[in-house]
Design a protein around this ligand. Structure first.
Ligand SMILES: Nc1ncnc2c1ncn2[C@@H]1O[C@H](COP(=O)(O)OP(=O)(O)OP(=O)(O)O)[C@@H](O)[C@H]1O
Ligand SMILES: [Mg+2]
Ligand SMILES: [Zn+2]
Length: 329
């Protein structure tokens, strides 16, 4: 997914550099008006650098000596410029190019490795697209209340739902907080209205804040878009490619999609490729293990249960509880 956003990110970087030039141009014009002697110093500084190049090219006998002399002169000129600026109420670096990022000078790279600011920009571009395209809206861990889960033991499942869900919540928070871009995925199982989508999207949000590239939507919306792109109904935004390469992919509501050959094949390919690359996928479904077995190839289902961390949601349908609360208000 980085490759998909890189050209756009680099063009943003280029405009940042252009903006720095424009800003400095304005500052130079201002200083030329108010402190012409500073501009004179800068002309002399520029000249010494030309002379230096000449000197190196000529390679004359007193090279070292002249070089030393020029260095000193240069330093004292620079010092003079700074002092003049400071004395007149300007920052000492007022005429340096005002890059947004000093580390990479808005090129996006430091010694050939991507700069922190480039990674942040890539994550922002991806987050913008994800929010625009997704049919789901991100949620927060802080809105996830344990009050909705019964505090009495569920005898059939042999757990106290509130305690069990508290553990799942902590697991998910920890997962988001320690997410590193590779590793195990999560399979969320459980009946309708128990908070699977809510927790998936809270993980997505936190991981995005940590500047990872995340894609989140329902399986059915992803397939619709991929199909639309494949058959020319939608502009090609490489939905399948991005799903395959995102740092984290959230596939919500597996099993609710319409079973088309294209959709099913795409789904298998995306999940398989991500497993091969050790990229985490977060899948939620309200199908039971048996229903999953029936609907999908055994190869996929066995992988889900052996390679993903399974979280089983318990409790009572929170949609209904909240609707009932609404009536009593
Ligand atoms: N623990 C919770 N605290 C507060 N709100 C919650 C909690 N769990 C779920 N909700 C809210 O209840 C509604 C249903 O939850 P959610 O969509 O996450 O359920 P789900 O398990 O994904 O259900 P389905 O299987 O039908 O997709 C949502 O509006 C969600 O924000
Ligand atoms: Mg859901
Ligand atoms: Zn940078």
């Amino acid at each position: 997914m980085r490759e998909y956003y890189l050209p756009k990110a680099l063009s943003v970087m280029e405009s940042r550099r252009g903006y720095a030039e424009i800003l400095r141009g304005r500052r130079e014009a201002e200083i030329a008006r108010r402190l012409p002697e500073v501009m004179e110093i800068r002309r002399r500084l520029a000249m010494t650098s030309v002379e230096l190049t000449k000197l190196i090219l000529k390679g004359q006998a007193d090279f070292e000596e002249t070089l030393e002399k020029m260095k000193k002169e240069n330093l004292s000129l620079q010092q003079k410029e700074r002092t003049l600026l400071l004395e007149n109420g300007y920052p000492a670096d007022y005429l340096e190019l005002p890059y947004q990022c000093k580390q990479c000078k808005d090129t996006g790279y430091v010694n050939g490795t991507p700069c922190r600011c480039l990674n942040r920009l890539l994550a922002q571009l991806a987050a913008q697209d994800a929010a625009e395209e997704s049919t789901l809206v991100l949620t927060d861990f802080s809105d996830f209340s344990l009050q909705y889960y019964p505090n009495q033991k569920d005898l059939k499942k042999n757990v106290v739902p509130r305690e069990h869900m508290g553990e799942l919540l902590r697991f998910c928070q920890n997962y988001a907080e320690t997410f590193s871009g590779t590793g195990k995925g999560i399979l969320m199982l459980g009946e309708t209205g128990l908070g699977k989508t809510h927790l998936s999207l809270a993980i997505a949000k936190r991981v995005m804040e940590r500047e990872y590239l995340v894609l989140y939507d329902t399986v059915s919306a992803f397939i619709d878009r991929a199909e639309g792109e494949r058959f020319g109904r939608l502009p090609d935004r490489d939905t399948l490619g991005r799903m395959t390469t995102a740092d984290l992919l959230v596939l919500d509501d597996l099993g609710a999609e319409y079973a088309s050959p294209f959709g099913t094949a795409s789904l298998y390919r995306v999940i398989d490729t991500r497993l091969e690359k050790n990229l985490p996928t977060l899948i939620s479904t309200n199908l039971t293990a048996a229903q999953l077995q029936k609907r999908y190839e055994n190869r996929l289902v066995s992988r889900l249960f052996s390679l993903f961390t399974t979280l089983t949601f318990v409790g009572k349908d929170i949609r209904q509880i909240r609707a009932a609360e609404g009536f009593t208000l």
